[in-house]
Design a protein around this ligand. Structure first.
Ligand code: GAR
Length: 192
């Protein structure tokens, strides 16, 4: 099953997927491309390191969404990879209906909270500042409503009284690094 990863920056979850594949822990999934909407993100360095295509795709003039010609270019670039799964791993743009329809039921997103709590940006900070005792991360299918598609799986993280925002971020990221490869591996085994 071909997997295309979209990311915007650090790329630690894209890295974990590539590491899991290298370790033989990604089921039938094979990462074929990593696309970034930023020309300078560390995520693009994964290409050389893992021998996989990693390139910048121009996101157009909008700051927070993919639309118009840029969206068409993304759909084309992803479509040529014949993906069984498109993984949004820190891709910080809203995906609009044309792209969702082009890869119906195949786009999944990683979000750093236990959805439906703390949708949107800075979810770890939102949870920390709200004062909840349990947060975590979610992998869900992408639908037209942002951060609202069917949940595939979640991992909980307890917020201890001595946690700082930074220590909580570390814990949530560690949970994401476990959860996302597990989910991708599982979905790859379900594919016909
Ligand atoms: C991850 O924590 C992911 O959950 C979050 O961005 C980070 C990307 O890290 N995504 C969102 O907030 C999407 N709304 P990474 O680039 O190191 O994988």
């Amino acid at each position: 099953m071909n997997v295309v990863i979209l990311g915007s920056g650090r790329g630690s979850n894209a890295r974990r997927l590539l590491e899991a594949e290298r370790e033989g822990n990604l089921g039938k999934a094979r990462v074929v491309s990593v696309f970034s909407d930023r020309p300078d993100g560390p995520i693009l360095k994964l290409g050389d390191e893992f021998g996989v295509e990693a390139r910048y795709l121009d996101p157009g003039s909008y700051r927070t969404k993919l639309d118009g010609d840029a969206e068409k270019a993304y759909i084309k670039a992803i479509g040529t990879k014949d993906p069984g799964l498109v993984v949004l791993a820190g891709f910080m743009r809203v995906i609009k209906p044309p792209m969702i329809r082009a890869f119906e039921g195949k786009i999944i997103n990683l979000h750093p909270s236990l959805l439906p709590s703390f949708k949107g940006l800075e979810a770890i900070r939102q949870a920390y500042e709200y004062g909840v005792k349990i947060t975590g991360c979610t992998v869900h299918y992408v639908t037209e409503d942002v951060d609202s598609g069917p949940v595939i799986d979640q991992e909980a993280v307890r917020i201890e009284s001595d946690d700082t925002l930074e220590s909580l971020e570390d814990k949530v990221h560690a949970a994401e690094h476990r959860l996302l490869p597990e989910v991708v591996a599982r979905l790859s085994m379900n594919e016909a």
